[in-house]
Design a protein around this ligand. Structure first.
Ligand SMILES: [Zn+2]
Length: 199
């Protein structure tokens, strides 16, 4: 007796396996980050190592500093790029200021309370917001819970407290590019940062 010719003997008509090969670049490094320099060696931004490899393979960038480990592409192997430089100069408008965030303030103030030097657990508005203080880099500092609580809505003059130095807006290549993000030690020399300073 004729039967409709559908279904497989195994009885598992699930979705077909896609026979396409794995992506062109396969490595554990897809989550790693690479510092991208302009043609002038000026730091531009941080890209995924995968993106950096694509730029190098397309001759749009050259590797300046590579890791010991290699990444395997379809037809070749190459060292994982840590720092790459664009072969052509690009003009990039930079954001005027580093975005203000709790994490960035902690980073600027080294997670230290500006009033007592203890371990910071909160951010404080030097001029309280209730008194018209702004949420800007020059009015926000890292503070410990005790100082924050003691200070409450009072001004520094009322408390007789002083800041060790006025809160500053962070600047420089590292801040512009990375904000509060961790710096790969191998990027330091390209960011104009001393080798020994910890992030
Ligand atoms: Zn404190």
């Amino acid at each position: 007796m004729p039967r409709p010719a559908h279904g497989s003997p195994a009885g598992q008509p699930g979705p077909r396996r896609d026979p396409r090969p794995s992506p062109a670049v396969t490595a554990r490094t897809t989550a790693a980050a690479t510092l991208l320099l302009n043609a002038t060696y000026e730091p531009l931004c941080v890209v995924s190592s995968r993106r950096a490899i694509v730029l190098v393979l397309a001759d749009k960038a050259v590797s300046v500093h590579s890791a010991a480990e290699e990444v395997h592409a379809e037809t070749l192997s190459l060292p994982v790029p840590v720092v790459v430089r664009l072969t052509r100069y690009v003009r990039v408008p930079y954001p005027a200021q580093v975005p203000l965030s709790r994490r960035a303030v902690f980073h600027r103030d080294a997670s230290t309370c500006v009033y007592c030097g203890g371990s910071a657990t909160s951010i404080d508005h030097v001029v309280p917001r209730s008194r018209g203080g702004t949420h800007t880099w020059d009015n926000v500092v890292a503070a410990c819970r005790r100082c924050n609580h003691t200070k409450a809505d009072r001004s520094l003059a009322e408390l007789g407290w002083k800041l060790p130095h006025p809160p500053r807006t962070p600047s420089g290549a590292a801040w512009r590019l990375l904000g509060a993000r961790a710096v790969d030690p191998r990027w330091r020399e390209w960011l104009g940062m001393p080798e020994s300073v910890s992030a």
